[in-house]
Design a binder for this molecule. Sequence first.
Ligand code: UGA
Length: 421
Amino acid sequence: MVYGVAFALGGHRVVAVDIDARAIALLSKGKPTFFEPGLEPALKRALRTKRLSFSGDIAGGVQDAKVAFLCVGTPSRPDGSIDLSYLEAAARTVGEGMRSARDYQVIAVKSTVLPGTTEAIVRPALEKTSGKVAGRDFGLCVNPEFLREGSAVEDARKPDRIVIGALDTRSARALAAVYRGTKCKKLTTDLRTAEMVKYATNAFLATKVSFANELANLCDAFGKLNVDRVVEGMALDPRINPRFLKAGLGFGGSCFPKDVRAIVAAGREHGYESRLLDATLKVNDLQPMRAVDLAERAVGTLEGKRVVILGLSFKGGSDDVRESRAIPLARALIQRGATVVGYDPEAGDAFRAEVPEAEVAPDVRSALAQADVCIVHNDWPQWSELRAAHFAGMRRKTVVDGRRILRREAMKGVELVVLGG
Ligand code: UGA
């Protein structure tokens, strides 16, 4: 959807298709189906250009297209492997639309898929239902997306890089035409390499986050160290980029955990045991427990205590609770006998559905009323504006800052415990 909006604003004619009739109805009216900063106005602007339309008729939408992007989800199965059934079904339907197309078309896979998937799963599905042959009758590409939730519109409109994996030169050229007006670094590879670039990127970034988290834990173990200062010092080395070295309570979201699990599981299937990426996941699983430990160390047992989690989405600026570390955090607190109250500017309802045993408060002050401990889980910018007065209603003013986001000087009279702090 974000790419649909971005392509339309960039001057292309776009038909965005989905089997979800409710989503199509809402989007056609300019209403996004999820919270993403800047998306609603961008969607409305794109609709006003008349270059963007939404439809439930997938085959019909594909029929007249020069390029069709497959953007369906590739979720994790319980064993960490990826579920390709949606992608395969979508490829079959797209193939049906291609059947009656007269001109050359290129099909681009934007979904995140393991190396070899486009050749092994997408290509045969497209060929079967279209009756056409890839490379001869139509083009095939892999074009990974690099959108970050919270800045997805900007990332799609002004990407910092474009990777095109192509079956052949003609496919590459046809897809590159879509991005002709976009100035950024561009790389053309084969299909398989582009598929791997996406996993390698997310696995590396996730590993950076786990490294930072481990470093924060080490800093705490030594004492009187601030992990951000240490990272600042590290980053003086031009080989070390400080981005994604911000320690916290672990990475979540719909991408990092799923993608790292998928590449580890697929590596194992291919006979390779990935020790480093396994550790990336292990550190991430343990990291929310750091907040529990810090809270317990400050107030003793959590049994019968009222514990507030500030920030429920997987990161600030998003209403997405998928794989949010607030979920295992809340469950661990509940298991220790605490009453958990959560607050988030956008993700309250979604969180309630995940952890129904937790209370969800309508604002910061009511969340904190009579609480014994507050744990700051994510990095909504508004947390940095909180002052001691906001915490005045707590029974015991113990605050665990899991993101080093609260301003220390504004927290007089509050017992502040800072992760990596
Ligand atoms: C991530 C990548 O950043 C995008 O480039 C990629 O396109 C996307 O996945 C995807 O595969 O579709 P996203 O999941 O939106 O984007 O979120 P990130 O900003 O990467 O954050 C992931 C998690 O890591 C969050 O829980 C965040 O709080 C955490 N994080 C990130 C840290 O704890 N510290 C950091 O320094 C950075």
